[in-house]
Design a protein around this ligand. Structure first.
Ligand code: KIV
Length: 282
């Protein structure tokens, strides 16, 4: 596999080939994903819950995002790499947004940053793009508003809400974002946005007709027990496999079967003799 660039993602859209996106939050996972058929890796703020055990994405800090992203970067060579901007790292002002997005771009060496935000955030997103930072937009059900939404509802179910989502997508493309992620909206709206936008449009939880799918790694492998998204398909029960493997190890330790004799270091007879002279009961 070779390094995926923006032009490859645009070509995929043009050729009607689906792109594959998935999250990673650590070095070892990034190394594994680097060897898979994956186009884009996202160090998402879902790491707040999945990696750090917070209640929601609004609790993760900029320094935590940067620390996790640097680990992912060290393990990643080929996929395009997106890093999520955490809650309140860009919303307060254009200055804050430019400063923090720039910091993330410089320190994590990501290919672009992702910001949640609709029409209300166009000026902030534009200001970040204007200084030369590539941005991935994120609209629809935006998890950083989970307190306001009182959970993770499907957005765009009324014509009024759908109009706002469609207009936000168009405005974000005009502002210069390089790609768009739409979350948890009806298929009709995600299909329409994908059709009218020139940039790649990816989705989580909004049907099959976008230019690609993004998913949380821990969800498809059944590694996260606290919450299962409505649309998730579990490809393997790795959590159960880990439990079985760790319990086998536990049994081996209790029964004196681990470590194996052949893998245990031993002293040479001459060295034992020397020690016996110092410690007669050795
Ligand atoms: O943080 C995340 O994982 C995300 C996606 C799943 C889109 O933002």
């Amino acid at each position: 596999m070779t390094k995926i660039r923006l032009k490859d993602l645009k070509r995929k859209k043009k050729n009607n080939e689906k792109a594959v996106l998935i999250t990673a939050y650590d070095y070892s996972t990034a190394k594994i994903l680097d060897k898979c058929n994956v186009d884009i890796v996202l160090m998402g703020d879902s790491s707040a819950m999945v990696m750090l055990g917070y209640e929601s994405t609004i609790e993760i800090s900029l320094s935590e995002i940067i620390m996790l992203s640097k680990a992912v970067r060290r393990g990643l060579t080929n996929p395009y790499f997106i890093v999520d901007m955490p809650f309140l790292s860009y919303q307060p002002s254009e200055e804050e947004a430019i400063k923090n997005c720039g910091k993330v771009l410089k320190e994590t060496k990501c290919d672009c940053v992702k910001m949640e935000g609709d029409l209300d955030f166009i000026d902030i997103i534009k200001s970040v793009i204007n200084v030369g930072i590539p941005v991935c937009g994120h609209i629809g059900m935006t998890p950083q508003k989970f307190k306001l939404y009182n959970g993770y509802p499907i957005k765009g179910k009324t014509a009024k809400e759908a109009k706002n989502i469609i207009e936000s997508a168009i405005a974000l493309e005009n502002a210069g974002i390089v790609m768009l992620i739409i979350e948890n909206i009806p298929d009709e709206i995600s299909s329409y946005i994908t059709k009218i936008l020139k940039i790649p449009v990816y989705t989580i939880g909004s049907g099959i007709n976008c230019d690609g799918q993004i998913i949380v790694y821990h969800d498809i492998l059944d590694l996260f027990e606290d919450f299962k998204p409505r649309f998730i398909k579990i490809y393997d029960h790795i959590g159960e496999k880990i439990k079985k493997a760790v319990n086998k190890y536990s049994l081996d330790v209790q029964q004196g079967k681990f470590p194996q004799k052949s893998k245990t270091p031993h002293l040479k007879f001459k060295e034992k003799q020397k020690l016996r002279k110092i410690f007669p009961d050795f």
